[in-house]
Design a protein around this ligand. Structure first.
Ligand code: ADP
Ligand code: MG
Length: 705
């Protein structure tokens, strides 16, 4: 070990010599504060010097343009020419770069990245990766990834290539503001020289076969020439496993300690009686399904156990979660307490309130709906009724419950359609009402193995049965050219007195407020032309809540027959008379999302239809034609998209792992959970406590489950 190696990994990055104020700020912005943070951000790719193809050899390489999964090749050369133009048909920015490596030339083609035309200069040295396509003048590379290796005529700005590429593998890093990949490489080199290895914090049973932390980081930032390049790029080396294990162990410790804390808390005991049972029964409009009965029994056991309930209820769309929620709330409301149901949207909150009104019948005045945009006087009155205890059932949106609601005696919170309700929100609510019981109902079925490891501090219930009399939903996938058949089907159903949904995707589904409404407007014109005189409503995320609710209401009541919507109707909306849904551009949706959408039909006794219009990704979409099992669909979806996208970017609270992958590494997570329970029972070492504290911040674990 060099005598310079004196810095712990927790040292602030500002000690680094190569770091001016601009670069320090860029690291700060990226959440990189310590040397450890900097090292934990691994290269996104490793280039093997031996894999670089000479441009003169390209003509000789055979390539088949029909193959979908074409080989990615790597080339390195100097920019000979840069040209900027527009494509003829779609008027997209087109940037063409001619690369020369002394043995031959290759054209790189970029679409819609006009800034490249300004930033790339003749003489620059570029590394490019991508598949080859057959262009007019020979092979070309379309939409490659590139890495600037040196500026033309001014090699000193980045260091010469020989200086950078001293080993067989060149690691490439994501650019962070003014910090290019190569600058990052230098910073990392300095850290690796000056940092000393931390004390071991993993329990021996987890790390016996793995390199130490600093060794692992060195192997991944400066891979020795004998490394396996394929495993490096797949992130499957033992060094990766070491780092993944650390992340997962920190996560597991967090989950296990919360669980232990919960089990030690005294929960409110709901007194049961024959009287209560009779009363609950009197509310029921139909017999519970076997699954509903089983799940409700699990909930009653919790509520009477003297511990705090903390339960995740998973059920496929249409399995009847609302009724279970209602019964649970009635348990506390009918025994002197208050219960709250939190819905993700106002549309849903209103609908739940309506359902509760029906179930409560003559007792409906004991329920209070609470919405953000209520008139001030109305809201004041609602809050007063909640504070006085006059109302026992409270229904509202998630967001609202972060405001100044005061309860008289809150004993149960049910969170609908959101499986990751943040810890912070939960704490905020706890402040208001002692230590209420929690029931979280999941919007998307999550494969059981994953749910167990991810929600280890929640007990799990599953509704795996649909209410009787449901007919399977006939699901079709139509090519865009055959869309007319979808409209014919809608016409037929409307004529028979039923209602229909048409769903048009938002262009940026993560933020509807930014969405251009072109697609939905085009669809509206199409529908108005195809169904002249038909009573049509249009809803999307840009509407004011009042307007939105009024429009939804007209459809729910049956005044409007056809509803054109973006995914705002994705969760929960219940209109039994709607028997057909057509989704345009189905390829823009995840499978689980489509399954959720499909759950909006087939809620009555009539045969229902779900039609996807798409000419792309038909193989993926076919999964929905083949099965109606939400858990199977979720598994497929998860495999295809990975957990980040599967849970959706809006779902705050997924741990921010750098290396670990909840799906791929679920076996590791399982071992980590066992080890974490053991470590907690035996007491954590000082090094572990300190490290856990830092990891909590870095992985944002404080916000998880
Ligand atoms: P989800 O689980 O998707 O939230 P809902 O709670 O909206 O499902 O229930 C779907 C539909 O099934 C509703 O129309 C509801 O009235 C009906 N339903 C629920 N439970 C039963 C039951 N035991 N028997 C018959 N219909 C039921
Ligand atoms: Mg629901």
């Amino acid at each position: 070990m060099s005598s310079l190696a004196t810095l712990p990994l927790s040292t602030q990055v500002t000690v680094l010599r190569g770091l001016g104020p601009a670069r320090a700020a860029a690291l700060q912005d990226a959440g990189i504060h310590t040397l450890g943070d900097l090292l934990m951000q691994l290269p996104y790719r490793y280039v093997d010097r031996g894999s670089i193809v000479k441009l003169g050899d390209l003509e000789l390489r055979s390539f088949n343009p029909d193959l979908e999964d074409r080989e990615i090749i790597t080339v390195l050369g100097e920019i000979h020419d840069v040209r900027q133009s527009l494509t003829r048909i779609q008027r997209m920015a087109l940037t063409e770069v001619l690369l020369n490596d002394g043995t031959g030339m290759l054209k790189l083609v970029f679409f819609n990245q006009p800034y490249l035309g300004r930033s790339l200069k003749i003489g620059d040295r570029l590394l490019a990766f991508g598949p080859l396509s057959q262009g007019r003048g020979g092979p070309e590379m379309r939409g490659p990834q590139i890495e600037l290796m040196a500026r033309g005529g001014n090699e000193n700005t980045l260091g010469g290539l020989e200086e950078i590429w001293v080993r067989r593998f060149l690691p490439l890093y994501r650019k962070l503001g003014p910090i290019s990949s190569l600058v990052r490489k230098k910073l990392v080199e300095e850290v690796l020289l000056r940092a000393h290895p931390p004390e071991e914090w993993l329990p021996p049973e987890l790390c016996r076969h793995l390199p130490g932390t600093l060794t692992a980081l060195r192997l991944l930032h400066q891979p020795p020439d004998e490394s396996d390049g394929r495993l490096l790029n797949l992130r499957e080396t033992p060094a990766h496993e070491r780092l993944a294990m650390e992340e997962l162990f920190a996560f597991a410790l967090g989950v296990e300690s919360r669980r232990a804390g919960r089990l030690s808390r005294r929960g409110l005991v709901v007194p049961t009686s024959q009287n209560l049972r009779e009363r609950l029964k009197s509310f029921l409009p139909f017999h519970l399904t076997g699954a509903q009965r089983q799940v409700f029994k699990e909930i009653v056991d919790d509520l009477t156990s003297g511990r705090v309930m903390h339960r995740l209820l998973q059920g496929d769309v249409g399995s009847g979660k609302t009724l279970v929620a209602f019964l649970s709330l009635a348990m506390v409301a009918e025994t002197g307490g208050q219960g709250a149901l939190l819905a993700p949207t106002e549309v849903l909150a209103r609908q739940h309130a309506l359902t509760f009104e029906r179930l409560l019948g003559g007792e409906a005045h004991r329920m209070q709906l609470l919405l953000g945009p209520m008139k001030a006087a109305e809201k004041r009155e609602a809050l007063a009724r909640i504070a006085s205890g006059e109302v026992r059932y409270i229904v509202g949106t998630h967001a609202l419950f972060q405001e100044a609601v005061r309860f008289r005696d809150l004993r149960l919170v049910v969170v609908d359609e959101q499986h990751r309700f943040g810890v912070k929100q939960r704490e905020a609510l706890k402040q208001k009402g002692g230590d209420p019981h929690w029931l979280v109902m999941s919007a998307t079925p999550i494969p059981r193995s994953l749910a167990l490891s991810l929600f280890g501090d929640l007990d799990q219930s599953v509704l795996d049965e649909l209410p009787p009399g449901r007919q399977p939903i006939t699901t079709k996938l139509l090519d865009t050219d055959a869309a007319e058949r979808a409209w014919d089907l809608i016409e037929k159903e409307l004529k028979a007195g039923r209602q229909a949904f048409v769903v048009s995707p938002a262009i940026d589904p993560t933020d509807e407020s930014k969405v251009r409404l072109r697609d939905i407007q085009a669809m509206e014109s199409l529908l108005r032309a195809r169904f002249p005189g038909m009573d049509l409503e249009v809803v999307h995320g840009r509407l004011k809540p009042d307007d939105m609710a009024a429009r939804m209401d007209r459809f729910v009541r049956g005044d409007a027959k056809l509803l054109l919507a973006t995914t705002v109707i994705e969760v929960g909306v219940d209109v039994p008379n709607a028997t057909v849904m057509v989704v345009d551009h189905a390829e823009r949706f995840g499978l689980s999302q489509l399954h959720q959408l499909r759950g909006r039909v087939g809620r009555g006794v009539d045969r229902s239809f779900f039609v996807m219009i798409s000419s792309a990704e038909t193989e993926r979409l076919h999964v929905l034609v083949e099965t109606q099992d939400g858990f199977k669909i979720a598994q497929k979806d998860l495999e295809i998209r990975g957990p980040g996208e599967f849970f959706g970017t809006r779902q705050a609270g997924l741990p921010q792992f750098q290396v670990a992958d909840l799906v791929r590494d679920r076996r590791l997570l399982q071992s980590c959970r066992e080890a974490a329970a053991k470590a907690l029972a035996e007491g954590l070492s000082e090094a572990q406590k300190e490290w856990l504290q830092r990891e909590r911040v870095r992985l944002k674990l404080a916000e998880v489950s």
